[in-house]
Each structure stands twice: as structure tokens, then as C-alpha cells.
Design a protein around this ligand. Structure first.
Ligand code: IMP
Length: 188
């Protein structure tokens, strides 16, 4: 697995330190409020698990799964919900937790869909932000790290469902994914 990595972008320690900072910011911003945290499967699993343990305001969490169609290292923008959240978010303060915002199309879809359910507020928190690839004008409210246009894996992020268990975030060697087929269903 390690031989497929081109470079390590963030170590486990750097991620933990940044997650703590994000937690502190969220604690300030939501003081006196209650949160519903919506984690986007599968990539946000580790980020969400670590982040919510830094959050001191009362919260409930739920999970949503979406899929997009297109090449497996780039998103087509056609998004649909595979597994919806179970809780009602009407009049609740909702925070979406995503692993990475790339073209922005997935996050845009989630924001549009969840805001139609009339939450009291809706914000997004992403671990990684790749602004250079944006296809829609969207900026996450909280972002862990801004990264260049590299395909990254680890800490929940995958290529073809693999590498999620790596404790660090690393860029994958282009030759590992350059043989990909340009069609088919991709689960996030
Ligand atoms: P977007 O709709 O293009 O913003 O893509 C969001 C989804 O694409 C993320 O939730 C990831 O599942 C996936 N994705 C985008 N870039 C990467 C990457 O560098 N590594 C792993 N997954 C990625």
C-alpha cells in the first residue's frame, strides 16, 4: 500500500491538531446551541469520529450516503442519495461533515437537498478543500486544509474503496489510478 503513495501531505499528528482547532471553532460558534451532525459516507467516517469528540455542545449525529456517476477520480455532478438520514432536521442547527470538496457538486447537492427541509441553520465542515477544481461557486464554512489538485487517499479517503485505513493523508501516485475506466458508478 505504501509503495502506491507519492507523498504524505498530512501526518496523523497534523490531522489531529487541525481537527482539534476546528472543534474549538465549532464550540465557539455553536455555544448555547444544539447540533445535528450529518456525516457523508463513506469518506467522512474517521474525520467525523474524531471531530465530534472535540465538540462540547450537545449533538446528535446521523449519516447520509450519496453516489455520483462518472470517472472514479473526478465527479460528474449527477448525485443521488443512497441512504438518507433518519432524523428530521426541521428547525435544527445542522452541520454537514464531508471528507473533501473537489468540484463542489456533491456539497452543493447536499446543501440544496437539506436546506429544503427547513433547518434553523445549515453549515458545512470539510477536512480537505481543492478549490482549483471547483465547478460551482461553493465554499465550505469550515475547512481543515486547502490542497492542490492531487488525488489523495487515507484517513477515510479512498481510491476504488482502498487506502481508507491509512492514518495519514497522502497523494496517490498517478500511475496507480491512470488505468481507471471512465465510466460506471462511484460511491463516495
Ligand atoms: P465533488 O462533488 O467533486 O466535490 O467530490 C466530492 C467527492 O469526490 C468526495 O466526497 C470524495 O468522495 C471524492 N473525491 C474528490 N477528490 C478526491 C480525492 O482526492 N481523493 C479521494 N476522493 C476524492
Amino acid at each position: 500500500m505504501m509503495q502506491d503513495l507519492a507523498e504524505i501531505l498530512f501526518s496523523a499528528e497534523e490531522i489531529a491538531a487541525r481537527v482539534k482547532e476546528l472543534g474549538n471553532q465549532i464550540n465557539k460558534d455553536y455555544e448555547g446551541k444544539e447540533l445535528i451532525v450529518v456525516g457523508v459516507l463513506k469518506g467522512s467516517l474517521m474525520f467525523m469520529a474524531d471531530l465530534i469528540r472535540e465538540i462540547k455542545v450537545p449533538l446528535r449525529y446521523d449519516l447520509i450516503a450519496v453516489s455520483s456517476y462518472g470517472a472514479s477520480t473526478s465527479s460528474s455532478g449527477i448525485v443521488r442519495i443512497i441512504k438518507d438520514i433518519d432524523v428530521s432536521i426541521q428547525n435544527e442547527h445542522v452541520l454537514i461533515i464531508e471528507d473533501i470538496v473537489d468540484t463542489g457538486l456533491t456539497l452543493r447537492y447536499l446543501i440544496t437537498t437539506l436546506s429544503s427541509r427547513q433547518p434553523a441553520s445549515l453549515k458545512s465542515c470539510v477536512l480537505l478543500d481543492k478549490p482549483s477544481r471547483r465547478k460551482t461557486e461553493i465554499a465550505p464554512d469550515y475547512s481543515g486544509f486547502v490542497i492542490p489538485d492531487k488525488f489523495v487517499v487515507g484517513y477515510g479517503l479512498d481510491y476504488a474503496q482502498r487506502y481508507r485505513q491509512l492514518p495519514m493523508i497522502a497523494a496517490l501516485k498517478p500511475e496507480v489510478y491512470s488505468t481507471e475506466k471512465n465510466s460506471g458508478k462511484e460511491e463516495n
